[in-house]
Design a protein around this ligand. Structure first.
Ligand code: ADP
Ligand code: S3P
Ligand code: MG
Length: 175
C-alpha cells in the first residue's frame, strides 16, 4: 500500500510538512492525533491529564494500529514510537520517514511541554526523552530527513528527493 508515515519529535513538523507533501501528491492526509481526539471526544492534553501517559499510549496504539489507509500521508504524534503494534502496522502499510532535528531546535520550538501535552515520564528530562526516542525513530525509519538549517519548503523538497532515492534503491534491490 502506498502510504507515507512521518515520525519524529513533537514540533518537528510531522503535521505541517505532512499536509504539504499530501497535497503535492494528491494523497489523503491523516493526522492520527485528530482521530484520537475524535474517538475520545476530548483534547489530547485532557486525555493525558485523565488517564496518564500509559493510558494515553494504549489509546494511541489502538487508534494508529487500526488506521486503514491507501495513498495517504499519515502523521501520528511523536509518542507513537512507544506503540509497538502501531509501528509494526505502519511498517507494513507504507514508507516510514523520520523527520530529524537537533535537540536545541526542538527545545526552542516547544515553549511549554505541559501545554503541548508531551508524554514525559515523572522526573524524566526532555534531553533524556529526546535520546530515548531517537534510538526508536532510527530503528523504525526507512528514510531519515535532516531538518536542521532548512526552511519548511526546503524540507518538503528534501522529503521528495529522499523518497525518490529510496524507491530507486528498492527497485535496484528487486532486480
Ligand atoms: N524548518 C521547519 N520545518 C518544519 N516546521 C517548522 C520549521 N520551522 C518552524 N517550524 C514550525 O514548527 C511547528 C511544527 O509543528 P507541527 O507540524 O505540529 O509538528 P508535529 O506534528 O511534528 O508536532 C510549526 O509551527 C512550524 O511552523
Ligand atoms: O510526543 C508526544 O509525547 C506527543 C506528541 C503530540 O503530537 P505531535 O508530535 O504531533 O506534536 C501528541 O500526540 C501528544 O500530545 C503526545
Ligand atoms: Mg502533529
Amino acid at each position: 500500500m502506498d502510504n507515507i508515515i512521518f515520525i519524529g519529535m513533537p514540533a518537528v513538523g510531522k503535521s505541517s510538512v505532512g499536509i504539504v507533501v499530501a497535497k503535492r501528491l494528491g494523497y489523503r492526509f491523516v493526522d492520527t492525533d485528530l482521530l484520537i481526539q475524535e474517538q475520545e471526544g476530548k483534547l489530547l492534553k485532557e486525555i493525558i491529564a485523565e488517564v496518564g501517559n500509559e493510558g494515553f499510549l494504549k489509546i494511541e496504539n489502538q487508534v494508529n494500529r487500526d488506521v486503514k489507509a491507501t495513498r495517504s500521508v499519515i502523521s501520528p504524534g511523536g509518542s507513537v514510537v512507544y506503540c509497538e503494534e502501531a509501528m509494526e502496522h505502519f511498517k507494513e502499510i507504507g514508507t516510514v520517514v523520520y523527520l530529524k532535528a537537533s535537540f536545541g531546535n526542538i527545545r526552542r520550538r516547544i515553549r511549554s511541554l505541559k501545554k503541548r501535552g508531551v508524554v514525559l515520564k515523572d522526573g524524566q528530562t526532555f534531553r533524556n526523552l529526546y535520546e530515548e526516542r531517537t534510538a526508536l525513530f532510527e530503528k523504525y525509519a526507512d528514510i531519515i530527513v535532516d531538518e536542521d538549517g532548512f526552511r519548511m519548503e526546503e524540507t518538503v523538497e528534501n522529503v521528495f528527493r529522499a523518497l525518490d532515492d529510496y524507491r530507486k534503491r528498492e527497485i535496484e534491490g528487486e532486480k
